[in-house]
Design a protein around this ligand. Structure first.
Ligand SMILES: [Zn+2]
Length: 252
């Protein structure tokens, strides 16, 4: 069984940033999981939310609808403070993410790049937390209480950062991770946009325009892998993944 875990910062990231990969691998029978660190209560309130709590509830519902469109197998919002992730001690979210890695046992982990992929500081922190969780979930000297409760250390085989070959107009400068994997998501582009549109409070024609400017691709950077390898360009995030000693989808 192939499994993919995607770590995001806000409801709508799963659609706007990773929606193509989630749809593509869901269509191939991969079980897909999304863990979103915040409920997005600091975001745009849209016409209906009167308070941060109301917005959080609305955005959790929008997230659930978007994940249904993206055919995500299991989606979860953790409730860390939106806009404040850099104030959160790393031990909390890293332990939470390591717990999910050890429970779900995905072969592939997706998240933002440390520059946030869009420059958003919460995206940067999601990247940092997910990267530590990737490394420490595999070790027997981290989060020992999880091991005492019956979980085992687990090494995700590949960690990917979202990258892009465009910049949002007017945004702060980025230092983008180089693209090492390009996914063809043309068959899923309209569903990706439909999933983003499910986030009614965050409606943005700019985001839709930028998604279309990528011309049916999503691009990623292979940041770490459990097996030694040299740089190669990939078109499949599951290439060279080993399941029960069978290598699937290899491009080599
Ligand atoms: Zn975001």
């Amino acid at each position: 069984m192939l499994r993919l875990l995607c770590v995001t910062a806000h409801p709508d990231d799963e659609a706007a940033a990773f929606g193509g990969a989630l749809l593509l691998y869901g269509s191939r029978g991969v079980k897909t999981y999304v863990t979103c660190l915040t409920a997005g209560e600091a975001g745009s309130r849209g016409p209906t939310a009167k308070s941060r709590n109301e917005l959080a509830e609305l955005r959790r519902a929008e997230f659930a609808r978007a994940c249904a469109i993206l055919r995500v197998s299991h989606a979860q919002v953790l409730g860390y403070p939106d806009g404040e992730l850099y104030h959160v001690p790393a031990s909390g979210p890293v332990a939470d993410l390591a717990y999910r890695i050890r429970s779900i046992r995905p072969q592939v982990l997706l998240t933002f790049a440390p520059d946030g992929s869009t420059g958003h500081a919460d995206h940067s922190m999601a990247s940092v937390f997910a990267t530590f969780a990737f490394h420490w979930a595999a070790r027997d000297d981290w989060f020992v209480e999880q091991l005492n409760a019956g979980l085992s250390p687990y090494g995700v085989q590949k960690l990917y950062y979202l990258t892009s070959e465009f910049a949002f107009p007017g945004r702060r400068p980025l230092s983008l991770a180089p693209t090492t994997a390009t996914l063809d998501i043309r068959d899923f582009l309209e569903d990706k946009i439909r999933a983003f549109q499910a986030h009614l409070t965050q409606a943005s024609p700019i985001v839709e325009t930028v998604i279309r400017q990528q011309r049916g691709t999503e691009t990623y950077h292979l940041a770490a892998a459990v097996s030694l390898r040299s740089m190669e360009m990939e078109t499949d995030l599951f290439s060279s993944i080993v399941t029960d000693e069978v290598v699937v989808g290899t491009e080599r």
